[in-house]
Design a binder for this molecule. Structure first.
Ligand code: PMP
Length: 390
């Protein structure tokens, strides 16, 4: 006989043979999405039990890795950028139009996925020092990938500037009247507006407006700006909600929030030489102020600096205690959420973001965790001590 689960009742065959319009559960069923783009948004919010117990607060995670197209909050952004471009006539499906973007990861994956679903081509420019698994994935999604030598943002060869150039080249070529659309996630307002229109309202609804702090890192700044604008400006929480930036090693944003300047002169020289933020964490931490960060900058109340070691230890802890296998930026967010909780009254409710799954970070972040010997360690029972906070 079929094994039965105590949680899920066995499905009766006849349930599936009824008319689709006749709900077997006796109440109206939600509409079934038309295509993969219908699987974006409405992600769950859940309590991270171990961190809540450790702090006496309630720490909630918005499970953005469950966005159903590209598996990150960038699905919302990519969809909004495409929809806004269609409304403005910058993209028309089925005309050979191409979406161009400069990206090191998640946004390219979301754009390449949605381009396929909506009848466009995708052309992604990325630095050639990024994990190869990302460009492989983009190839499998059918995108054209141009990998370039890292260059300063002021150079025409920087991957973002190159994507802009390639887009205008296609539009200008005029041969088949197809258009090139430069998505421009760093500067386009469609980015933070996606979070203002969807992620912010979802968090508001899921918490019933009972939220004392919101904690997130910034790559383009779209997430932290869009959600903060919705909660503080649209829902009038400006006096009640504390917004905290989570920032990895090497990023200038922490200083910008704390002291108003990004880098000292010596640090700026170091940044110029390296041309990138010096951290193992991918997706957050930048050394310039983008339009999307600037849009919400004044709404950010505080910042927490997180070391690579703390991020790795948190990632290990979340697997071991909560069964959460996340990527590096999610781990940074969780460290900063924990630090924030310790600064707030007991019982405070704190929301943060789990951006993507650890499976995107196997060859870099999780490899480093394995090499560090942390996986063999008994992590102990006190996360605050494990991270060396207090
Ligand atoms: N986490 C990951 C893995 C990302 O790729 C990004 C975007 N670069 C972020 C977090 C940060 O999001 P945002 O660009 O909205 O600041």
């Amino acid at each position: 006989s079929r094994p039965t689960s105590t949680y899920l009742p066995p499905v009766k065959l006849e349930d599936h043979t009824r008319s689709a319009r006749h709900s077997v559960v006796g109440r109206p069923t939600p509409p079934i999405p038309e295509g993969i783009e219908g699987c974006i948004g409405n992600t769950p919010l859940f309590k991270i039990k171990s961190l809540s117990e450790a702090t006496g607060c309630e720490i909630f995670a918005k499970a953005e890795f469950l966005n159903g197209a590209g598996g990150s909050p960038k699905d919302r952004v990519a969809l909004n950028m495409i929809q806004m471009a269609e409304e403005e006539g910058l993209l028309t499906p089925g005309h050979g139009d191409t979406i161009y973007e400069g990206t090191v990861g998640s946004t390219g994956i979301s754009l390449a996925t949605l381009a396929r679903a909506k009848g466009y081509r995708a052309y992604i420019c990325m630095p050639n020092d990024q994990a190869k698994e990302k460009s492989d994935l983009l190839h499998h999604l059918g995108a054209t990938v141009e990998r370039v030598t890292p260059a300063p943002i002021t150079s025409t060869e920087h991957f973002v500037n190159l994507a802009r150039k390639r887009a205008s080249e296609q539009t200008a070529s005029g041969e088949d009247a197809s258009k090139g659309f430069f998505a421009d996630q760093f500067e386009s307002t469609a980015n933070y507006l996606a979070h203002f229109k969807t992620t912010g309202p979802e968090i508001w609804q899921q918490t019933g407006g009972q939220i004392d702090a919101f904690v997130a890192g910034a790559g383009t700044g779209g997430t932290i700006s869009g959600i903060s604008m919705y909660l503080k400006q649209e829902m009038g929480m400006a006096g009640a909600l504390r917004v905290v930036l989570a920032d990895p090693d090497g990023s200038g944003l922490y200083n910008k929030i704390k002291n108003g300047v990004m880098f000292s002169n010596t640090e700026r020289e170091g940044m110029r030489r390296r041309q990138q933020v010096d951290t193992i964490v991918e997706g957050i931490g930048i050394n310039r102020i983008t339009e999307n960060f600037e849009a919400g900058r004044e709404l950010i109340d505080d910042a927490v600096k997180v070391t690579d070691e703390q991020a790795m230890k948190m990632a290990r802890w979340l697997v071991e205690k909560d069964g959460i296998f996340c990527g590096s930026s999610s781990a940074v967010n969780c460290v900063a959420a924990l630090v924030t909780a310790l600064q707030m009254p007991k019982g405070s409710r704190i929301v943060t973001i789990l951006c993507d799954s650890g499976t995107r970070h196997l060859s870099k972040f999780w490899k480093k965790v394995a090499e560090s010997g942390m996986e063999e360690d008994d992590e102990g029972t006190d996360i605050i001590a494990v991270l060396g906070i207090r």
